[in-house]
Design a protein. Sequence first.
Length: 209
Amino acid sequence: MFITFEGLDGSGKTTQLRLLHKWLLEQGHTVTTLRQPGGTKLGEGIRELIVSNKGEAAVGRIDSYTELALMFADRAQSIAEIIRPALDRGDVVLCDRYTDSSEAYQGGGRQLGSETILGLHRLICGNLQPDLTILLLPDFDASLTRARRRDGDESRFEQEHNDFFHRVWDTYRAIATREPHRVALIEGNASIEDVHVRIRQEMASRLFT
């Protein structure tokens, strides 16, 4: 199984991925986890460049299409190096962000358009789709505030204006509406444990029936 987690930074997706990883191990599954961008040596270098707030300081302004191309270079490498080999072994693969993030952030936020991202996905990723995508959309203002309060260098996207994130938010909702068979949309400000239980229920109903 290939399961991805999506949402704004501050939505709790990374926490939920870790909880699901732990639960799947307890159920006897072999699990591979990764994040995008990142996960491979090449991917971590790309992450440092386009997610870190030091990236543009080092290389100058990164054009939106350059950013998108780097995201897909990372994705192609992670598919070849991690995702496909793990799926071929029979692992459950949990990925923190995938092409939906590019559609939301570059397609919506940067206004490059969904068709551009979907076309690149078909070409570069061989149209490899997750079996299930967990999309977390808690309260917009609360999740954005949490993201902007984080310490560390990975804050390049969090420095964008609110209208950028509203476009990201709206694109995520459009993806969930377009692909309800794949995307499990979990909204609201439920507790960490309640969201974890909901994710397990979504897996049971969608993947184990």
